[in-house]
Design a protein around this ligand. Structure first.
Ligand code: COA
Length: 168
């Protein structure tokens, strides 16, 4: 299991920019988990990751634009030697002052249930808090509400409802 502390160390050893997640996973000690906020993500690799959790495909030019205009882009990588593999992703949009909304949270199914989704969300929240953002929101699919609850997210605080408008 990966520990769920907030501890991350800056990575020099891997040759990739990012922060290493400290791990007590003895079985996995030849690989390292790295978080990055770099935006140079291979869109095809991201599409493959989203495919693995069954998300509907989106036009890559729009995904590229969404990443470009996001306030924060977080990627999670498994690093083995000189190779890295994209295993998680999240991004946030923001008004740069008060509010941020987290989108597209995904962990590769082969890496789920090891505490990595939680660690990636904590990293994302830490980055938003370090930018002095105090109001962090997201839209949870029904089956993951409790995942977010465990991270401290509240459903409908003070009766506030998420509302949606769709074109007809
Ligand atoms: C949701 C998701 C990101 C969770 O990632 P993960 O790496 O498996 O989660 P973790 O192992 O870090 O789990 C952290 C905690 O949440 C719990 N948890 C994980 N998935 C859960 C779920 N679907 N429902 C309720 N609790 C969940 C775990 O049991 C764990 O609890 P603990 O802290 O008491 O041990 C991952 O399952 C995923 O990518 N799902 C498909 C995409 C998706 O639905 N994204 C969210 C869109 S809103």
């Amino acid at each position: 299991m990966f520990n769920n502390s907030d501890t991350v160390a800056t990575s020099e050893a891997t040759g990739f920019k990012g922060e290493l997640l400290t791990t007590n996973d003895a079985a996995n000690n030849d690989a390292q988990i790295l978080f990055s906020t770099e935006r140079d993500i291979d869109l095809y690799e991201l599409e493959e990751l989203c495919d693995r959790v069954g998300w509907a495909r989106r036009p890559l030019r729009k995904v590229k634009k969404a990443i470009h205009y996001s306030f924060l882009v977080v990627s999670m990588w498994e690093v083995k030697g000189k190779r890295r593999r994209l295993i998680g992703f999240a991004r946030a949009t923001s008004d740069h002052a008060f509010n941020a909304t987290i989108w597209d949270v995904v962990v590769d199914p082969r890496f789920q249930n090891r505490g990595l989704g939680k660690a990636m969300m904590k990293y994302t929240i830490k980055k938003l808090r370090s930018a002095d953002i105090s109001n962090i929101t997201l839209f949870a699919d029904p089956q993951v509400v409790n995942f977010y609850r465990r991270l401290g997210f509240l459903v409908d605080p003070e009766g506030i409802k998420g509302m949606f408008w769709y074109p007809e």
